[in-house]
Design a protein around this ligand. Sequence first.
Ligand code: ADP
Ligand code: MG
Length: 248
Amino acid sequence: MNKIIEVQDLRKTFHLDEIKVEALKGIGLEVTEGEFVAVMGTSGSGKSTFMNIAGCLDREFKGKYWLDGIDVTQLSEHQLADIRNKKIGFVFQSYNLLARTTAYENVELPLLYGNIKLSTKQHRETVMEKLADVGLADRYDRYPNQLSGGQQQRVAIARALVSNPAIILADEPTGNLDTRTSYEIMELLQQLNEQGKTILIVTHEQDIAAFTSRKVVFRDGRIVQQQRVDQPKNASRMLQEQLLQEAS
Ligand code: ADP
Ligand code: MG
């Protein structure tokens, strides 16, 4: 199996006037194709710093990083941006959709920015297919403020999928959502993973991490624990239970 992410001795220090903050103190991690990994840890443990580097949003670090076999430390700014567009789909806690832009237009953005050449027909079909994958084909013309939080996060997931990336990186994707909607989003991520997508999420909630197949725990910039989840919880089932509970 391909290694999608491989980092060795990753270090990152923030310099604030007199103070040095060592956010990452030597992280070693591999994520293999088809995995669904949860990065856990308390606030300030370095999770977002790691995700920013993994997502090629931050290149100011020490150590080694191969993304889908490519040594990203050797790339120019321009090459890095290109790799990021092709290889990575981002999902954020706050959805990060453009406000005056429809669901369709939000999803198509990576196709417009990236070096992705499609005919007009293929372009439209790709966007609509991704909206259908997240269950929102019928809402393609809605603006973010006409959609619920869960629906907005689905649009963000469709946008992350549209360039067919090697990995989805999601930093606290359920952080703003209630229990039921969190389960819906995890159900969707589980389905995508079953279809072969490699996914890395950040969460500080055990019950969300329980849906993934491996937990990696950060503490003070180090990985202090790694654990395979032999029987990941089934998000569809948890969702059904939650709905029954809410109805009673
Ligand atoms: P987490 O996502 O696990 O809450 P972060 O990666 O955001 O943790 O932060 C790790 C450490 O790095 C914290 O001590 C935080 O204050 C510090 N940090 C993060 N981003 C910056 C920044 N841009 N400038 C200075 N310090 C930062
Ligand atoms: Mg964070």
